[in-house]
Design a protein around this ligand. Structure first.
Ligand SMILES: [Zn+2]
Length: 132
């Protein structure tokens, strides 16, 4: 289990700039299942990221080339692949960098509309790499 804060310090290390915003201090919880991995409390992650669960699932499907299911009852995302916790953590780092972080001011107060990311802080806009 890692906190989002850990992930953000990695993002900071990569971009060389400090990040800040609402994402801080949330825990990602992964656990192995019979045939793959489970990401727990996806609703909280989705709320924290301010991105729909569908966007997170689409990203994971694309990155893992695997079946990714959302179980709303248990509030879990079920991956049909044995991705390691380290790999999943890396994917969340990538997700934050690509779909949440403003490239200009490095804050996370952004809005994603189709593939257009708009920063509510500095007003910068960019097109995200992966299409939704
Ligand atoms: Zn900005």
């Amino acid at each position: 289990m890692w906190s989002i804060e850990d992930i953000l310090s990695e993002v900071t290390a990569v971009s060389g700039q400090k990040t800040e915003g609402r994402i801080l201090s949330y825990d990602l919880k992964f656990k192995p299942s019979k045939h793959g991995m489970i990401i727990e409390k996806i609703t909280s992650i989705s709320n924290k990221f301010n991105r729909p669960i569908a966007t997170i699932i689409y990203f994971l499907k694309t990155e893992l080339s695997s079946v990714v299911k959302h179980d709303a009852v248990s509030d879990q995302v079920i991956l049909s692949t044995k991705a390691s916790s380290v790999r999943l953590r890396g994917l969340f780092t990538k997700f934050i960098a690509e779909f949440i972080t403003c490239n200009d001011c490095k804050k996370h107060d952004t809005i994603l509309n189709n593939c257009l990311l708009t920063c509510t802080g500095c007003g910068a806009q960019r097109i995200t790499k992966t299409q939704q």
